[in-house]
Design a protein around this ligand. Structure first.
Ligand SMILES: [Zn+2]
Length: 137
């Protein structure tokens, strides 16, 4: 069966800053861009078989951009945001420093054991669901 996006993702609206150059006046402005965050649910939909579960395990959280264009703050021209930047996987942000990483570094520096894994790094499913993934790589 094909997954219904809404059965496996929770959608939440969020606003992120984006910096884009205006094609007319070349000035780079910072804009508030609306995105829909798709957060994978804790468990696969009811009635999912082994294949569905394996498929589900591979899904990643992602952000889909809602805004296609912005209005230049300098010259008021409307221009399109490059479309190749309309989808981002959440783990693309992993390289950016965040509070959890800082906390881990502080703990490492002070010789304390690592805290429990961060919520976004936990495996999505218990091993018994992913082991039977026949044909799914
Ligand atoms: Zn402009």
């Amino acid at each position: 069966m094909a997954f219904d996006e809404r059965a496996v993702f929770t959608e939440t609206l969020e606003t992120r800053p984006g910096r884009y150059p205006c094609p007319k006046c070349r000035r780079i402005g910072e804009y508030s861009i609306r995105w829909v965050r798709h957060s994978k649910k804790d468990r696969p939909p009811a009635g999912a078989d082994a294949v569905d579960r394996a498929k589900f395990a591979k899904l990643r959280d992602y952000l889909l951009r809602l805004d296609d264009e912005v209005t230049c703050k300098a010259c008021s021209k409307r221009f399109e945001i490059p479309s190749q930047q309309s989808l981002m996987f959440v783990d693309q942000f992993a390289g950016l420093p965040n509070e959890e990483d800082l906390e881990r570094e502080i703990n490492a520096a002070s010789g304390e054991p690592e805290p429990a894994p961060a919520p976004d790094s936990k495996p999505a499913l218990p091993a018994r669901f992913t082991r039977k993934s026949t044909g799914w790589k």
